[in-house]
Design a protein around this ligand. Structure first.
Ligand SMILES: [Zn+2]
Length: 310
């Protein structure tokens, strides 16, 4: 069981940064809460939060709690201020280069920057209390500037909070090889239906990953458009709709026998997937076809591999 400690920065009498009608303590809690509910979709993980409400918690209470619990990873979530713009994250500045924490942070950074829709300010180091006093690898993320107009505009949307949470969760899934309930080997059997309708913010992403598709927000928005979901903002309801459409489309493709097609492009289009060369190349890479050039032979091989995994 992987133990993940989520630390929404500030809270209670400490609002953290303030700007554009927003308070850091509310945003960090909103992000961490979404992360927790997304992580509920995974079976081999246990999540603990330094606070689950608007509550005053000292820095030492946070690190003591994480240390006592024996967390595997400490994730502190913050919002920046001070006249900049963009996303950055921190690890403790006294770590040897090439430390496990450094490597883990790189993975987190890559996943978060994909979703957060902010300028990348880079991977940084600092002597922050929660990074220094935790006995496990720790990261502190600064998700945009509350006093920057366009950063703050994003912060006011559910879409953005959801995307930031998802970026963090995607990083954690990769780092700890988290398994969804659906795929868990030892998980007591549950009715399949329940898993599919029990939306946690993960399932559409999981589904897309499973069928070898890009699960980023921008690709989901594109798919949503293709399926006639207007104004896709990534809400739970929209994600559920999109998932249902993708799944039924995918099923009907199989029933209708579109599997007879020899064209990878036709096949990808039929499952609502991007059929561009760039995306096929990416799919090829994922399926172990190196040096994809789009030759007839490679296309047939790729089609076979995609069908086998779908
Ligand atoms: Zn803060």
């Amino acid at each position: 069981m992987i133990k993940l400690y989520l630390d929404p920065g500030h809270g209670g009498i400490d609002p953290g940064a303030i700007g554009n009608g927003l308070q850091e303590k509310d945003l960090t809690l909103a992000i961490a809460t979404r992360m927790k509910s997304m992580l509920n979709g995974y079976s081999n993980v246990s999540v603990r939060m330094s606070r689950a409400t608007d509550q005053t918690v000292s820095l030492s209470q946070r690190t003591d709690d994480a240390n006592q619990w024996g967390a595997d990873y400490f994730i502190s979530i913050h919002i920046n201020a001070g006249g900049g713009t963009g996303y950055e994250d921190f690890i403790y500045n006294q770590l040897p280069s090439g430390s496990k924490t450094t490597q883990m942070r790189r993975t987190m950074h890559e996943h978060i920057i994909k979703q957060v829709n902010l300028i990348d300010r880079g991977m940084k180091q600092a002597n922050f209390y929660v990074l220094r006093e935790t006995r496990m690898p720790a990261i502190l993320t600064e998700n945009g500037f509350i006093d920057h107009k366009s950063d703050a505009a994003l912060m006011k949307t559910d879409t953005w909070l959801e995307a930031v949470a998802l970026g963090h969760v995607n990083g954690l899934v990769e780092l700890f090889n988290l398994a969804t309930h659906k795929n868990a080997v030892k998980e007591p059997s549950k009715p399949n239906k329940q898993v599919q309708t029990d939306y946690t913010g993960i399932s559409i992403v999981d589904y897309l990953n499973q069928i070898g598709q890009d699960s980023s927000f921008s690709n989901r928005a594109k798919l949503a458009r293709q399926f006639g979901i207007v104004d896709y903002r990534g809400t739970a309801e929209q994600n559920l709709n999109l998932l249902a459409m993708l799944q039924s489309n995918h099923k009907s493709v199989q029933v209708k026998g579109d599997l007879e097609t020899d064209s990878i492009v036709d096949y990808l289009n039929s499952i609502g997937s991007d059929s561009s060369f760039a995306h096929r190349k990416e799919l090829a890479k994922r399926h172990g076809i190196t040096n994809y050039r789009g030759s007839a032979e490679q296309n047939i091989q790729l089609l076979r591999l995609i069908r086998a995994t779908n």
